[in-house]
Each structure stands twice: as structure tokens, then as C-alpha cells.
Design a protein around this ligand. Sequence first.
Ligand SMILES: Nc1nc2c(c(=O)[nH]1)N[C@H]1C(S)=C(S)[C@@H](COP(=O)(O)O)O[C@H]1N2
Ligand SMILES: [Mo]
Length: 251
Amino acid sequence: MKPTKLITRRRAIITGLAAAGGLVVTRDWKHLPPTYGNLLRIGDNLTYAAIRALPKPSLVKEYSRADISSFPAINTTDPGTIAGSTLGDAYRRLRGGAFAEWRLSVEGRVATPRTFSLDELKHLSSRTQITRHVCEEGWSAIAEWTGTPLRLVLEGAGILPTARFVLFYSYDDWFESIDMLDALHPQTILAYNMNGRDLPIPHGAPARLRVETQLGQKSIKYLQRIVVTDEFYDGGEKGSIQNGWAWYMGI
Ligand SMILES: Nc1nc2c(c(=O)[nH]1)N[C@H]1C(S)=C(S)[C@@H](COP(=O)(O)O)O[C@H]1N2
Ligand SMILES: [Mo]
């Protein structure tokens, strides 16, 4: 994604309409994500407690090993090379120690904020899936991913019943957020393995998110911190909306 700092007039109007639509649907306009009042996305407004009671969501298509394709690494390929960045410096040190010191922080609206080392993630049950990554810039590629279901990590910290969103921060200073519906989806994983090997640095080592229900941009690499929230937040200047993209990128 090529960030531009422009918020278009059209987007401002749409966002306004979404807020008005949300008012009718939920009377909770302040806390509605901008999915434009789409009734199909009413799940955006459901809390962890509500989503836990729903039937299992359907899975996106999974492929076979024969379908695995070449997979370009895009944008920043090594946060450790970003000059003058505290996060970049931290990443370079972690990378130097083969990520043994890497700790993924899980905080916010959880009963027990905590961190997970790579080993701790690997000791939780894992899921392996061969899926198609679809980039918003118009390419797609198929790879096999192994990782810990995000649900296990969040529940490991004790998601509070009112929680509705999960925010992700990365070592290259990216930001993404998803709703609890996608966070608890069985194919939403923290992948530490790609095509049977440790996740390579260009693809987000030591762990990246895979959100198979949305466009590739949401699958944030170089994970650093996860924050569970009750309220919608798109990350301000770092978020997709202020950079001219949609927040919800369902496929
Ligand atoms: N931290 C971080 N995550 C990111 C990006 C990025 O630049 N930084 N790019 C996103 C986009 S737009 C895409 S298409 C995929 C690309 O993943 P890949 O580099 O493994 O192909 O990562 C997503 N996650
Ligand atoms: Mo992308």
C-alpha cells in the first residue's frame, strides 16, 4: 500500500453516512467502525461475549501443496534497516538473537495482560492452512502458513466480555485493527512458519498475522504488540482510513 495522507471528500461523505446509518441500526454511532452501515457487517458491533455464542463461521477456501506459488515480499522487508527508529533498533537486536528475546505483548481489555515468547506461541496448538493472499494492489499468491490461532492467544490473556476489537502494532511501525468476529475466526492465526520453514524476515519474522477473511494488507507482519479494546480505533495517521483505504477489507 502506498500511503497518501489525503482524506478524500468522497470518503468524508461516506463516513458521515455510515455514522448516520449506524445511529439507526445500533444507536451507538460513536463506537461504530466505518463499514458504511452494511447490515452484513453488523458483527462489527458484537462483543466477545456475543460472538462466543454464535455458531462457527464458515472457512475460506484452502488449497493443496501443489497450488503453492511464488510470493513476493512487499514494502518494508526488514524493519531492522529503518534508520533512526527505536522500533527498528529493537528489531535489529531481536533479529541478531534469532528472536529468542522476542516477546509479543497482549494488553488492553484482557483479564491478564501478558507476553508470549516464540516458544510459548509454538507450544499452543497450531493450525496449518494453505490459503490465497490477495493484495489490494492487484496480485495474489498462495502459501502454506502454520501458526497459533489468535483466539488461543487472546483467550490465554482472558478477553473481557465487552471487548470488540483487536489492534496490532508492528516493528516497522504499521498498524492494523480487526473486529472480534475476525479475531476469533478459526483461520485467523499468528503465523511463525511459511511453506514449512521459519517465517522469513521479508515476510514478517518472527510472527505475522494471517486474516484470511480480508485483503492481504490486514495480515500485518513483524508483530510487536496486540491491544484488545472495547471501542473502534483505526490507528489515526498510521491507520488505513487516513491513508485513503477502507477499514474493512473483506473478501
Ligand atoms: N508490518 C507490515 N505488515 C504488512 C505490510 C507492511 O508493509 N508492513 N504490508 C501489507 C500488505 S499491503 C501486504 S500485500 C502483505 C504482503 O505480505 P508479504 O510481504 O509477505 O508478501 O503484508 C501486509 N502486512
Ligand atoms: Mo497489499
